[in-house]
Design a protein around this ligand. Structure first.
Ligand code: NAP
Ligand code: ZN
Ligand code: ZN
Length: 346
């Protein structure tokens, strides 16, 4: 299937226009015309090989929303014309304990990424969402509620689920104090979800100009982190802190903010190891944890939750030829709050 998109041909090379073919439909495949594709900071980390050697040519993009145009002979979940979403993985082993539990993102064989991965044949390079068409096995796609703006839905496919999943897992809700570090693509979704779940929500940010937006999204408090002393006032007061910061930073002052049995969940993935002071952890029986996206069932649950609560991402819609500039602005924390590419411009 003839497809137009944007590609990174080698590490750190700028993105450029690219024509390529996607596979014709297998019996369980669905074809879609992409409407919008979000730009996740993970796209930038991988395009620039900040996580180690990557697979090129790379068509990044794992926040995909579109309309079904064709269905394979055995497809039962989707009909032509429906809204459909595709996220961070396109396949998994389908038989391990994690896959059977609906936690495909933790597949013991490794999930098959939407890009920067080989498909399960071990040789076909998976090409992602910065493109106008996509083909996906129906088990790895979700239904998109029709009341939501599709441009704002695209980032839910990674940024949204990545914050929804830990908030649910660590039981954010009424009576809980939740902190979100970094008000970027992921962080702003964390604020919206934590607020909707009823938790008292704080944003920790190094960008003073984001305070009004944070409050509008539902944050009860906004703490500027430029002055480390500011954090000292809040020691031992949080149940749960989600770190979405994409850059290296010292976790120690944030661990100290956790109360007895509190948990700091690492979500941002700058690529370098964190140093941890054991005394800070054991002093208040604190936990340092990690969380990666969410499984297919939870992805659908999150989209239904968004449909019910009218939650979408705040987006800046761009044309394809703006992607390189958008990368630089994302790295500079200068996006409100997710760039989304209009797929009609590929
Ligand atoms: P993003 O939109 O660039 O947001 C990151 C935020 O981190 C920025 O908006 C900024 O917030 C803060 N930040 C950036 N540089 C900083 C610095 N030097 N010092 C302090 N704060 C800084 O990125 P994103 O798309 O949300 O992704 C965030 C991270 O999560 C990335 O590392 C990404 O790879 C990772 N990720 C993980 C998963 C997962 O499954 N665990 C999924 C997707 C992405 P303020 O301006 O408010 O300070
Ligand atoms: Zn992502
Ligand atoms: Zn598996």
């Amino acid at each position: 299937m003839k497809t137009k998109g944007y590609v990174v041909k080698s590490a750190k090379a700028p993105l450029e226009s690219y024509d390529f073919d996607r596979r014709e439909l297998r019996p369980r495949d669905v074809a879609l015309d992409i409407s919008y594709a979000g730009i996740c900071h993970s796209d930038i980390h991988q395009a620039r090989e900040e996580w180690g050697p990557a697979i090129f040519p790379m068509v990044p993009g794992h926040e995909i929303v579109g309309k079904v145009t064709q269905v394979g002979s055995q497809v039962s979940k989707f009909k032509v014309g429906e809204s459909i979403g595709v996220g961070v993985f396109i396949d998994s082993c389908r038989k391990c304990a994690s896959c059977n539990a609906g936690l495909e993102q933790y597949c013991v064989e490794g999930m098959t990424g939407t890009y920067n991965a080989y498909e399960r044949d071990g040789k076909t390079i998976a090409l992602g969402g910065y493109s106008n068409k996509f083909v996906i096995d129906e088990d790895y796609a979700v239904h998109v509620p029709s009341n939501l703006d599709p441009a704002g839905v695209a980032p839910l496919m990674c940024a949204g689920i990545t914050l929804y999943s830990p908030l649910k897992n660590w039981k954010a809700g009424p009576g809980k104090k939740v902190g979100v570090m970094g008000l970027g693509g992921l962080g702003h979704m964390g604020v919206k979800f934590a607020h909707a779940l009823g938790a008292e929500t704080t944003v920790f940010s190094h960008s003073p100009e984001k305070e009004a937006d944070a409050k509008r999204m539902g944050a009860d408090h906004f703490i500027l982190t430029k002055d480390a002393k500011e954090l000292d006032k809040y020691k031992q007061s949080y149940d749960l802190i989600l770190n979405t910061v994409s850059a290296d930073l010292d976790l120690e002052p944030y661990l100290q903010l956790l109360k007895l049995d509190g948990t700091l969940v690492v979500i941002g993935l700058p690529g370098k190891p964190y140093a941890v002071n054991a005394g800070t952890l054991l002093g208040q029986r604190r936990s340092l944890a990690g969380s990666m996206i969410g499984g297919m069932a939870e992805l659908q649950e999150m989209l239904n939750f968004c449909g019910q609560h009218n939650i979408v991402s705040d987006v800046e819609v761009i044309k394809a030829d703006y992607i390189n500039k958008a990368y630089d602005r994302t790295v500079a924390s200068d996006v409100k709050y997710r760039f989304v590419i209009d797929a009609a411009t590929f």
